[in-house]
Design a protein around this ligand. Sequence first.
Ligand SMILES: *Cc1c(COP(=O)(O)O)cnc(C)c1O
Length: 435
Amino acid sequence: MFPQNVFPDTTAVDAAGGLVIGGCRALALAEEYGTPVYVLDEATLRNRCRSYRAEFERRCPGTRTLYASKAYINPALAQIFAEEGLGLDVVSGGELAVAAAAGFPLEQVYFHGNNKTPDELAYAVAQGIGRVVVDSFHELALLNRIAADAGQTQDILIRVSPGIDPHTHAYTTTGIIDSKFGFSIQTGDAAAAIRQALAAPHLNLRGLHFHLGSPIFELEPYAAATDLVLRFAAGFREEGLDLQEFSPGGGFAIAYTQDQEPPAIADYAETIVGTLQATCDELGMALPTLLIEPGRSIVGPAGVALYRIGAIKDIPGVRKYVSVDGGMGDNIRPALYQATYEVVSAGKVNRAATEKVTIAGKYCESGDVLASDIMLPEAEPGDIIAIPAAGAYCPSMASNYNLNPRPPIVLVKEGRSRLIRRRESYADLMLCDVP
Ligand SMILES: *Cc1c(COP(=O)(O)O)cnc(C)c1O
């Protein structure tokens, strides 16, 4: 059965069994732009932005939805997010530069990261970034000095680590005690950081932030951490902590495979807002402005990767390798996190899946496998395959390993396609080399 739940909202199958996204035939897109190519469905992107805003703002007016750029950002997408009224999370000077280049309102940008460099912080302060989310004692002192040198007072949040395990992959778990991210509440670091921030003349502490990890399929970790961090914050009221902003981060899950059923956006909103209101009520605290930071769950479902099949190697009784013209250079997630995906033959959607195959990439690593032991209709060289739910953490983590050019990104909408990033050329690969 066609795994509709992991494809963009506009996905259809035409009479010939061809995949159609945003009114554009996948085979035609592969022909026009070459393969591999990442296709982003603009309607899905905007629907996700609007759903986050609607579900949270309905329950908690004034909630600010900040798109986590590291899932994927470029100037064209930044403009879409600005149009949808979102703010941005950035985690590097490079992501901030993209926001600036796109004319994104920089007072709506929050700067995260466990080791922002002095240059990055100075750049952020000079650009008038909205908030810096401070992650270490080193950064507290550094940022206070940089803001002083610039003759400014920088608005900040403090990232705390609540010590709550969201039950996801170890590489993407961030809010537990053994983590490089955030000030631990348990160890007393978070308390010390709040006191230092309140005493820093060039920092203005506006609130607290945490981020548990990603993707989080359970609701309970958000409720538990929200409650815990609010109670912790309430203990500093007498010392002058005015909790104007509160962020439970991002990490909202999406379905990568047909069987996965992540909570709906409304479920996350109900849990987070419900806990926020109940705990603030009980503590007699004014409701802070709620900030949420979805990345994966906005851009992920909008993206479909198209590849062309080349070599096929059948090892009788062992495995059939179907190799494609991309792989770990454009999607590192299977190799890095054992991530799993659905695979669809974009021109043979209506045909029965009769073969068990393993989709291998073209990179010189045996671990370069995009999907293991999946069912496809009989595969032939030249066929186009589609991997859905590929919008997040694929192009943004892409590399030039083996000096393969990184793929283009095409935005589709109502039967029209628009290139928002061209394919790299061989000349691009040598652009930074000094002979
Ligand atoms: C990565 C990250 C996010 C977004 O995570 P997603 O899983 O993409 O939603 C949000 N906030 C912070 C601080 C992050 O580091």
